[in-house]
Design a protein around this ligand. Structure first.
Ligand code: GAP
Length: 492
């Protein structure tokens, strides 16, 4: 179960994790039982933020592209699916245990961390030599030599501080369970480790029933499960997570054109959402997975450095051909333009909803000194794009009397069908503004005595704290404009 990370004080995500818990974004799963490692629950604001991110992705894929349709496939799939995809045989991580602490590590991660130490000390040559050697040994599946390399590098377990290592073993990341009520009949099935295969096995169903013509795409959002050995960095690497994947089916030979198209298109999407250009970069893969002929990651500069948020992969015809072989059902498309039957090639875009959430939260977290001299203090706020902000506006009557609460509720009632709002009348207006800043509400609508006279309210903008007077009848239009998905779409 979850163990307290003794290095938590040095964790660069410490502030984000603390803020996410304190203000209702993300909690450790089963916290009252000391938690379950690498499994998390989303609180009231986290849940709204995640839903908004998924909605934005979904609409960007399906509404903005007439040739992309969506599906919702099951988590359980026929076991042969994972034989075909290669997950049964090669979805492995090399693991090593420390005999004294009984802690388990990924052998490659231990060596990568050692290389990072060399790099930090300015010895780049030693770092790359170590990574190269590790790559060669893993490719050759020489696990005994990987263990020896760990020992030769003087790597010790951070908990026991000894080098009393077991042998290195390959560890399959898929979770399995049994289907069938009678033990004898039960057969082992897997919790899907990626959503993509649910799309591949439905390729012909969708193509025929939605009358799709190549090139076309199928999008899906859903849970995926991986028994990650290195489960750290909060929601960056989880055992249960959500993926947003799109498989784009193309004519063989056209895949590189579409690969470049989707690389650019997805990078543009991240920028349109408001992620600063300098915090994003591509990482083109030199070493390709068995199914790919090109692959790149979009990386974000997290508090712990640049790391993958999304993958764009040219998967050739690997998956459909494998399913054709194992299912003995043709997975072909007749292309009327060139009068030819073929197994389509596929370009995939794959992003984790939780990892995107962490990126957006890290990027939004802002601390700013306000005031001067003795009055200077830190203001913390979450600078979410209003399009994805969990709460769009808070309605705040200045006082609890003189009919202000009634007027505030009237405004709340008129807007609640179209926007997620908070109505609050407890405590001073300043404290209420602060609370909204901490959950990233872009607009606070204050109802005061002038409202009763001229039907206008004060709208406070979260990022600048500037205030403006707006007529109540214009509020709906104001919020619609500020929170519309179009604000992102127009930049694509
Ligand atoms: N279908 C291709 C595929 O699954 P991947 O690179 O293994 O490729 C794609 O995963 C994305 O899914 C990653 O870029 C990441 O955003 C997310 N992801 C993968 N493993 C994850 C984990 N353990 N926890 C959270 N997100 C994860």
């Amino acid at each position: 179960m979850a163990k307290k990370d003794k290095n938590n004080d040095n964790n660069p995500l410490k502030q984000i994790i603390g803020h996410a818990k304190e203000y209702g974004f993300v909690y450790q799963s089963s916290e009252i039982y000391d938690g379950l490692q690498a499994v998390y629950d989303y609180g009231p604001y986290g849940n709204e933020l995640k839903k908004n991110l998924k909605e934005l992705w979904w609409q960007s894929m399906t509404r903005l592209n007439q040739n992309i349709v969506g599906i919702d496939a099951s988590i359980f799939m026929h076991p042969l699916t994972w034989k075909a995809s290669g997950h049964v045989d090669s979805f492995n991580d090399p693991m090593i245990d420390n005999k004294d602490s009984k802690k388990r590590y990924r052998a490659d991660v231990l060596l990568e961390e050692k290389a990072a130490e060399y790099e930090k000390a300015g010895d780049n040559a030693k770092a790359s030599a170590l990574l190269q050697k590790m790559g060669q040994l893993l490719d050759a599946e020489d696990l005994e030599a990987v263990r020896q390399l760990i020992i030769d590098e003087g790597i010790v377990c951070p908990v026991s501080e000894t080098a009393n290592w077991t042998e290195v073993r390959q560890f399959n990341l898929m979770f399995s369970t049994q289907v069938g009520s009678v033990a004898d009949d039960a057969s082992e099935i897997y919790l899907r480790p990626e959503t993509a295969q649910g799309i591949f096995v439905n390729f012909l169903n969708v193509q025929k029933t939605a009358r799709m013509k190549i090139p076309f795409g199928i999008a899906q959002i859903g849970k995926a499960f991986r028994n990650e050995i290195v489960a750290r960095q909060f929601i960056f690497r989880m055992r249960e997570f959500e993926q947003m994947e799109m498989q784009f089916f193309v004519r063989p030979g056209d895949e590189m054109k579409w690969y470049e198209h989707w690389k650019e298109s997805r990078m543009k999407w991240h920028k349109a959402l408001g992620t600063p250009e300098e915090k994003l970069r591509f990482h083109d893969h030199d070493k390709l997975a068995h199914y790919a002929n090109a692959a790149a990651d979009i990386e974000f500069d997290f508090p712990f450095g640049f790391k993958e948020v999304e993958g764009i992969h040219s998967r050739t015809d690997f998956d459909l051909s494998q399913h054709q072989t194992l299912s003995k059902k043709k997975q072909q498309y007749f292309d009327t333009e060139i009068n030819k039957n073929y197994v389509p090639y596929v370009v995939e875009t794959s992003i984790g909803a939780d990892r995107l959430f962490l990126m957006v939260l890290s990027n939004a977290y802002t601390e700013e000194m306000v005031g001067e001299g003795d009055k200077a203090k830190m203001r913390t706020f979450l600078k979410f794009n209003p399009v994805i902000a969990p709460v769009k506006a808070a309605i705040l009557p200045l006082t609890k009397k003189d009919g202000l609460p009634e007027k505030g509720m009237e405004i709340f009632e008129s807007l609640k069908y179209d926007f997620n709002l908070i109505y609050e009348e407890q405590q001073s207006i300043g404290k209420r503004y602060t609370r909204q800043d901490l959950i990233g509400t872009p607009f606070c609508i204050a109802v005061d005595h002038q409202t009763l006279e001229d039907n206008t309210v004060t709208v406070r903008h979260r990022d600048t704290t500037e205030q403006e007077r707006i007529a109540i009848e214009d509020l709906h239009g104001f919020l619609s404009k500020a929170c519309s998905l179009r604000n992102v779409f127009d930049k694509l």
